[in-house]
Design a protein around this ligand. Sequence first.
Ligand SMILES: Cc1cc2nc3c(=O)[nH]c(=O)nc-3n(C[C@H](O)[C@H](O)[C@H](O)COP(=O)(O)OP(=O)(O)OC[C@H]3O[C@@H](n4cnc5c(N)ncnc54)[C@H](O)[C@@H]3O)c2cc1C
Length: 609
Amino acid sequence: MTLELGVVLDPALPPATMAALAQRAEEAGLDMVVTNPGDLDPWTTATWLLGSTKSIPIGVALAPVATPDPRDPEAGYPSVAGRARDSLDLLAGARLITDPSAWTLAPADPSPADLERAAAANLPVVVPASTEAEVDRLARLLIEHRGPRPTGPRRTSSVRAKRLPGIAYDEVPASLAETAVEPGDPAYRTVRSTYLRGGRPGLVLRPTTPPQVADALAFADRHRHLPLGIRSGGHGVSGRSTNNGGLVIDVGGMNTIEVLDTATRRVRIGPGATWKQVAAALDPYGWALGSGDYGGVGVGGLATAGGIGYLSRKHGLTIDHLVAVEMVLADGSIVRADREENPDLFWGVRGAGANLGVVTAFEFEVYEVAEVGSAQLTLVVPDIEEALLRFGEMAAEAPRDTTVFLVTGRPRPEGSVIQLYGLVDSPDPEVIVERLTPFASLGALVQQQVILAHYTDVMNQAHDIGPDGHHGHGEPHARSGLIPGLTSEFARDAAQLLRTGDVYFFQLRTMGGAIADVDPTATAFAHRNAAFQITAMGGGTEALDTAWSLVQPHLEGLYLSFETTRSPERVADAFPPATLTRLRELKQRFDPTNLFRDNFNIDLSEMNR
Ligand SMILES: Cc1cc2nc3c(=O)[nH]c(=O)nc-3n(C[C@H](O)[C@H](O)[C@H](O)COP(=O)(O)OP(=O)(O)OC[C@H]3O[C@@H](n4cnc5c(N)ncnc54)[C@H](O)[C@@H]3O)c2cc1C
């Protein structure tokens, strides 16, 4: 048994003595200081002691503060007291313990037998002390009786006090123990949330090699009762790469980008790289690989789903340039999939990869891209219905080198503001101007920026994840669908949707071109004939659904990356019947017990219906 020993400070002590004894306990190597503040306010006393020390955990018994249920996905924000406690803990380097069941009391001047009895509870033992001599004596006792140090990183009592039930923290595989992050760790705030979602997972495992991913999956397999998030870049909308109270396997550290062969332009990319990093690595060769419209997005989530971006009309989806993957399956096996080896798996990974395993490396054959025209236009249009219709015609009829996306929101009394984000894959300024001029005539042009740039400059406009991680809040609400063409009926109903005021973000992504050159059965992304991908985001499900029902009759299929409902009906929208049947067969082969389930799930219980 490993003894952890600390002191309880007498409430009658003068404040300066209390701080001095806490410092002494810290210098002497004790594990904890508990304060019973007596007449003093416990918050203020804890703050004072935390400020007077550097590293020792400080325990103070506080009345429980209302904290949202960590397992409840709908849980709201913490109370004012909860926020105060969390802030103090953060500012003090995760050293505050407020739950009195996190320590056990031994009598003053304890014998070794007293200590052994108290330590049997496997909690830090605290002993009353009111002089430096008593603190020093406890420090000597600790040296004599501490026992063997546990292997792996030693977590203080304040960290362990924040552990959640149902997670075997002490059984984290040795290969992952050093880098795992749990709620009490200082790094927790950098890994708990994603770009769009706030989360409070119980444990984040951070493998950096395929065998470590296999270890993480084996651990997750023993925790089936908990949510399981798989995270690469943390920009998931439909995929849950954070959760409340569950596990996250974060492969963000697997982010290398390596050129394998300059003749075939073959590159190998880790799932944790962001698309802006990929663009920057390819730029010196004069190459690019189209991804989405935002360079901060991670490779892992996008390249297992599709990848509709600024270069898609000319070069196809991101997955259309994928030539091989390495992945870890639910049973821990490490496999390669390409056209020859595991071709079925390779088919499924290109559109439904999240259901089949964790991809640890992607191999793409990329293409040459010279300078491009990158445009951002802001226009005010008096009639959004007419503007949508005209945009639809222009965008669909534009040559393949031109891709323009439209974003708008709630109409204003003076008209609707529309933002157009476009790329013209041509280094010729005249061509760029010619291609963009029709779009600039959609309304009153209030702002414009058109630059000749490298593709990397376009991707570089996004923020990277950075060492501080993501800090999303709450739960996004998004609806998404595909339309075969932008008809006048669609424009009418989309305008009506916007007029409800319940959609703050509405986007049309232009598809067509090279996306449709690929046979719909060639990959698990089957909706090759869509002309536009549509996304609407709102503040809550009910109002959003009511607004969305206006455009629903026009939809034919779904690209899963922008949808937050994960019902079987939406899965069926994303995958036509023949694709879904094939995916269920793959799920049965590669993940029969549905380890990969917190995603746009291929549900085997539907298999025989
Ligand atoms: C601001 C923004 C802009 C976007 N723009 C575009 C766009 O233009 N075009 C487009 O196509 N999409 C776009 N997307 C959607 C984006 O492609 C998806 O949300 C994608 O899943 C994000 O990937 P990620 O690795 O960053 O996300 P994560 O949150 O890390 O992962 C999302 C999900 O993908 C799965 N996953 C992640 N890593 C792996 C892996 N290694 N192996 C298997 N499955 C994995 C998991 O189910 C996970 O829950 C955008 C999203 C955002 C937030």
